[in-house]
Design a protein around this ligand. Structure first.
Ligand code: ADE
Length: 225
């Protein structure tokens, strides 16, 4: 799998890529992730990439020309199943979107800044628009890192325990059950007896029951999905 991230502040994502599970996945050859700086395609001596918006109003807009050049250069070298634009007015990111994207071969993620990108780039190139929640970030980079992390950890072999990603919260519209590790008694707070029983069937039943309880309490909306 290949993920190309287009940004005018690549440094914001590079730190994230050089750490974490994502770094391990890259080193293991499971995924190739490259950052591409829009500024490299800027116009003129000042490498201009943004301009005032037509019709007036505060805030700069990332210009169509540098972005189109960069996108076309990437398209000439690789093929993309999705070209994603990170934006607060996109579809809200969910586990099922991460699942779907983790099966793709090539993804391009475009990060906006300031007031966003020229609408024509969205019309001409973008196939999917994703928001990571109902709040406005100062750029799409952190959102792109969120989406990248959620996708990469689902690629088979990236997480050591093969089944681990499948038992995450949201995978079956249920929140994950509580987990415990040693010691069995921490300052008088004991691990539920059943987890020490060695009876796998009872343990699985207990976990499902706790998952349902937790979902009912915290996210009853998930149970109607
Ligand atoms: N860019 C700015 N805010 C964002 C958000 N909430 N989700 C995705 N991209 C964004």
């Amino acid at each position: 799998m290949r993920i190309d991230i287009v940004s005018c502040q690549p440094g914001l994502v590079e730190g994230f890529l050089s750490q974490s599970i994502v770094k391990n996945a890259m080193e293991a050859g499971k995924v190739t992730i490259e950052m591409h700086d829009i500024r490299t395609y800027g116009i003129g001596n000042y490498r201009q990439i943004d301009d005032y918006q037509y019709g007036g109003g505060a805030g700069m807009v990332l210009m169509a020309e540098p972005l189109a050049k960069l996108i076309r250069d990437l398209q000439a070298r690789h093929s993309y199943d999705e070209i994603i634009y990170m934006t607060p007015d996109g579809e809200t990111f969910q586990q099922k979107i991460a699942n779907r994207l983790s099966l793709k071969n090539g993804i391009m993620i475009i990060c906006g800044h300031y007031k966003g990108i020229d609408q024509r780039i969205r019309d001409m190139f973008v196939t999917m628009e994703i928001s990571i929640g109902d709040y406005v970030l100062s750029g799409g980079e952190i959102a792109a890192a969120v989406v990248t992390d959620a996708i990469v950890r689902l690629i088979p072999g990236v997480i050591n325990d093969e089944t681990s990603a499948l038992t995450d919260s949201f995978q079956d519209n249920l929140l994950a059950p509580p987990v415990y590790t040693r010691p069995a008694d921490f300052e008088g707070h004991k691990v539920p007896e059943i987890l020490l029983s060695g009876n796998d069937k009872l343990i699985q039943e207990w976990r499902l029951e706790k998952s349902i309880e937790r979902t009912q309490e915290r996210r009853p909306d998930l149970l109607d999905k």
